[in-house]
Design a binder for this molecule. Structure first.
Ligand code: PGA
Length: 256
């Protein structure tokens, strides 16, 4: 039996509308009523945080409201940015940092990821730090090296007492939105190695408490096998989180 409570996140990315985000939120809440033993978060686009948060609250749901990104600066002349304090003001309690689409499509480098991770943790938000290798890195046998480097660089100077609010999402870039998933054995291998890095940084006890979740084309049909791995503590779900009919069974599989 795993001693870590599983975590499943629904990363809606730049999808949904005001109406469809509300419909989706209601369907997810209704589909998970009474389910215990799992933490769930949804990550709607910024403009829908308040309305989705209101739906979660009015239905008495324990689903947490998450943001897909946060600025590392507290305030000021930074057009288009959203601060951690603003997110908290809107009811957000958890934020994604270092998602591969931000690292690669939007060219966020390691310094930006590091600054965001530190700022969000310091602001009291929970952080899901996303790491993962690209296909050319995997083929060159660099998977573990890339994951280790991304974890170490992001968590530089992050004090041990904040690690209780950290989860790591292992998301091989070649699996995101492609329909290809890591095999359960590959996911387990990467997760165990990431946990070893966390143990080196913070000690084995702390590392054993950190949830390491898998992301990359997770869906209802493949979730159970991946989630059954000893170091896989949940999932970060993109495409399949846009349908309650897919997302709810994934969460149920994680709850065990
Ligand atoms: P996907 O996305 O499930 O659509 O592959 C996962 C993610 O990017 O978090």
């Amino acid at each position: 039996m795993k001693h870590r409570r599983p975590l499943v996140g629904g990363n809606w990315k730049m999808n949904t509308s005001r109406l469809s985000s509300a419909t989706l939120a209601r369907a997810v809440v209704d589909g998970l009523v009474g389910l215990k033993g799992v933490d769930v978060a949804v990550f709607p686009p910024f403009p829908y945080l308040l309305s989705v948060g209101a739906i979660l609250r009015e239905r008495g749901s324990s689903i947490r409201l998450g943001a897909q990104d946060a600025c590392d600066q507290p305030d000021g002349a930074l057009t288009g940015e959203v601060s951690c304090a603003m997110l908290k003001d809107c009811g957000v309690s958890v934020v994604l940092v270092g998602h591969s689409e931000r690292r690669h499509a939007l060219e966020e480098n390691e310094t930006v990821v590091h600054n965001k991770a530190r700022a969000a943790l310091a602001a009291g938000l929970d952080v899901v730090l996303c790491v993962g290798e690209r296909i050319e890195e995997r083929e060159a046998g660099r998977t573990d090296m890339v994951n280790e480097e991304q974890v170490r660089l992001a968590l530089r100077e992050v004090p041990g007492e904040q690690i209780a609010r950290l989860a790591v999402a292992y998301e091989p870039v070649w699996a995101i939105g492609t329909g290809r998933t890591a095999t359960p054995a590959d996911a387990q291998d990467a997760h165990a190695k990431i946990r070893a890095v966390l143990a080196d940084l913070y000690g084995q006890d702390e590392a054993d408490r950190v949830r390491i979740i898998y992301g990359g084309s997770m869906k209802a049909a493949n979730a159970a096998a991946i989630l059954a791995q000893p170091d896989v503590d949940g999932g970060l779900v993109g495409g399949a989180s846009l349908s309650a009919g897919e997302f709810v069974p994934i969460v149920r599989a994680a709850a065990g």
